[in-house]
Design a protein around this ligand. Structure first.
Ligand code: ATP
Ligand code: MG
Length: 279
């Protein structure tokens, strides 16, 4: 894994994002605080328009806060140039999107190899790494040379996760990764994310679905650009999500909170071992 050099992967404080539009200023984020430690699995829930994707874009360095501070692995992202941010994205962050964002007329293998083009990975190694990533998400080899638009939704999302993993990123950002999938296929995608969590990768997952959020260790609720509540999922030894066994924490928007958010540590609860797939 391309490990980031600190235990605290994400630390944002008082982050605002105001979109300037012809109709006026739209304050999509209004002072958000969040700490995510290494190997955390955090879900963010909230109604449509509450600021989830805006926040994800900032966390993924695809966008910058209008004001407020974002430390990624201890580095103040405001001090980094666009090129430096692009490098950080390429080596340390994997993205998974609701609509998969695959190149339709490229093969599965080429889609997964694509992020390696922007790195120093030698050409000869790219295919090998793409194959390893595709095996890790359980896609059958007979699909590797298919065009990506010849796959089912679940297969496409597995390819998209393989593409997110091919750089061996420490941080995985997933925006509604199960939003376009049926329940069974969505479960399979979530199992893949759980395996990644058990490999000590750090995951931030956006969802509208409480059931999906129950796979995370911590759920943060956002409304009108502010975190309003937070909940911890205590996972039973069987590895099944336990949505009923939760405890409430302080709101993530309260920077004075001395509870779980401020420390970034889960309240309690062992995580069940799952098979490990190394990429
Ligand atoms: N590029 C943009 N320009 C102007 N306003 C924007 C832009 N992107 C988002 N917004 C506005 O910012 C607010 C938050 O949008 P965002 O996409 O973050 O919401 P969301 O929580 O991801 O919603 P959804 O669940 O529907 O995906 C909304 O009011 C939206 O209209
Ligand atoms: Mg969104």
């Amino acid at each position: 894994m391309n490990e980031l050099p600190t235990k605290r992967i994400i630390e944002i404080s008082n982050v605002h994002r105001i979109y300037e539009t012809q109709a006026g200023a739209v304050p999509a984020l209004r002072g958000v605080d969040l700490i995510v430690e290494k190997a955390d699995f955090v879900a963010i829930m909230g109604p449509s328009g509450s600021g989830k994707t805006t926040l994800m874009n900032i966390l993924g360095c695809l966008d910058r806060p209008t004001f407020g501070r974002y430390l990624l692995a201890g580095t103040d992202t405001a001090t980094l140039s666009d090129n430096e941010l692009a490098d950080l994205r390429a080596t340390s962050i994997g993205f998974v999107f609701q609509n998969f964002n695959l190149l339709a007329r490229a093969t599965v293998l080429r889609n997964v190899m694509l992020p390696l083009v922007y790195t120093t990975c030698p050409r000869a190694e790219r295919e090998e790494r793409a194959v390893t990533a595709l095996r890790a998400v359980g896609l059958e080899e007979r699909f590797f040379e298919h065009m990506s638009n010849e796959l089912s939704g679940g297969q496409m999302q597995r390819v998209a996760i393989a593409r997110a993993l091919v750089n061996n990123p420490e941080l995985i950002l997933a925006d509604e990764p199960t939003g376009n999938l049926d329940t069974a296929t969505g479960e399979m995608v979530l199992k893949t994310l759980e395996i990644l969590r058990d490999q000590k990768r750090t995951i931030v997952l956006i969802t509208h679905d409480e059931e999906v959020a129950s796979h995370a260790d911590r759920v943060l609720y956002i409304r009108d650009g502010l975190f309003v509540n937070e909940k911890y999922n205590i996972r039973p030894a069987s590895g099944q999500p336990a949505s009923s066994s939760t405890v409430s924490g302080p709101t993530a928007s309260d920077p004075t909170a001395s509870g779980p958010t401020a420390s970034g540590q889960p309240a309690s609860g062992p995580t069940a071992p799952l098979p490990v797939c190394e990429v």
